[in-house]
Design a protein around this ligand. Structure first.
Ligand code: GLY
Length: 353
């Protein structure tokens, strides 16, 4: 599909979405990012997951369950010191301590597990799986999550690399208004808090959803969260329904970007529900973006053109193997492994700079 057609689609979705909170998007054909892949395995991830989806597809093609595959895939990114938004080497909180969030969902058994603010364990996605399989809980946080991991044989290690420490020190030495502490204010106040320019703060994160050979879905989202966050801050990634959600009969979705925007809107659960109602993955992700923007009443989060400043990106696949993505600001790329190759797509978006 040519660019003009894509622009029309994006525009149509936006125009259709301005009149009501959850608009009826006009019916339109799928963009190039959403062709049917029915009956074949498919994996979607945020753009930083190239090695992850290669590994995951290799496993799925050998017959692995989707959950084994997505976890093994994102472990590569969690272990990579050069990805400063996930696992080992992730940017720390405002006190220089790395705190990780992760969640997993397994479609075949419709179970989930997650950990938040866990320190010193570089593969929180593996601990999240253990929470799902070896506890009667869904979410364990902080010290309790660390102890739970250690009880299952995980070794503690220092997750702060020299590169991440130096980045943190630079931030600490130049604080200005770029932290997360807000003075008393009203929703009408504009010049309060961080800059929120799209992309100025480091949210990172990897989301990965897969449909395996048996037609079962699974997904995981794992992150070091917002760089320089207030200690104990939990983003959207480990929250079932926000940072990820699936229904094995419908589809799977997840997010990266500013977790606070998503937490308020439970966007991944909404995306799955939009797909259940018949929306394509791209349409569903676009509706989630619109919902975030329409719900916002805080002026500090709007730019001079009254556009919502933070960036959030969504990724989705459905049970038929169709895929799509959308973000509030242009630039929401995602990648797909369709069994043959890794392909990059640009998702739909609401605003362009
Ligand atoms: N989406 C990652 C976070 O906000 O922590």
């Amino acid at each position: 599909m040519n660019k003009t057609r894509r622009e029309f689609i994006k525009q149509s979705a936006l125009l259709g979405a301005t009149t009501t909170l959850i608009p009826a998007i006009p019916s339109f054909s799928f963009s190039e990012g959403a062709k049917s892949n029915a009956g074949k395995p498919i994996i979607i991830s945020s753009a930083n997951g190239k090695e992850a989806i290669k590994k995951a597809m290799e496993m799925i093609q050998q017959g692995s369950d989707a959950l084994d595959a997505v976890i093994a895939g994102v472990n590569i990114v969690e272990d990579d010191p050069n990805d400063m938004s996930v696992g080992y080497g992730g940017l720390p909180n405002e006190e220089g301590v790395v705190e990780l969030d992760a969640a997993v969902m397994h479609g075949a058994t419709m179970r989930a597990g997650s950990v938040a603010s866990i320190r010193n364990i570089k593969n929180p996605s593996k601990v999240a799986r253990l929470v799902m399989e070896r506890s009667d809980h869904i979410l364990i946080v902080g010290e309790g999550a660390l102890r739970f991991a250690k009880a299952h044989g995980f070794q503690e290690e220092n997750l702060l690399t020299e590169k991440a420490r130096e980045e943190w020190l630079k931030w600490k030495e130049n604080l200005s208004n770029q932290d997360d502490w807000l003075p008393q204010h009203s929703i009408e106040d504009k010049d309060i808090g961080g800059l929120f320019e799209p992309f100025y703060r480091h949210y990172g994160t990897i989301h990965c959803s897969a449909l395996d050979k048996n037609g079962n879905l699974s997904c995981t989202t794992t992150t070091s969260g917002l760089a320089y966050k207030i200690p104990g801050r939990v983003g959207d990634s480990p929250i079932i329904g926000a940072g990820l959600y699936l229904d094995n009969e419908v589809g799977s979705a997840g997010s990266t970007g500013r977790g606070e925007s998503n937490l308020f809107n439970c966007s991944s659960a909404m995306i799955v529900e939009y797909m259940r109602q018949g929306k394509s993955p791209e349409q569903a992700c676009m509706l989630a973006c619109k919902r975030i923007v329409d719900h916002n009443k805080e002026k500090r989060l709007l730019d001079e053109k009254n556009r919502y400043k933070p960036q959030v990106k969504f990724y989705a696949i459905n049970k038929q193997g169709e895929h799509g993505g959308a973000s509030i600001w242009k630039g929401g790329k995602y990648i797909i492994h369709d069994g043959t190759d890794v392909k990059e797509f640009e998702g739909a978006y609401l605003y362009e700079k």
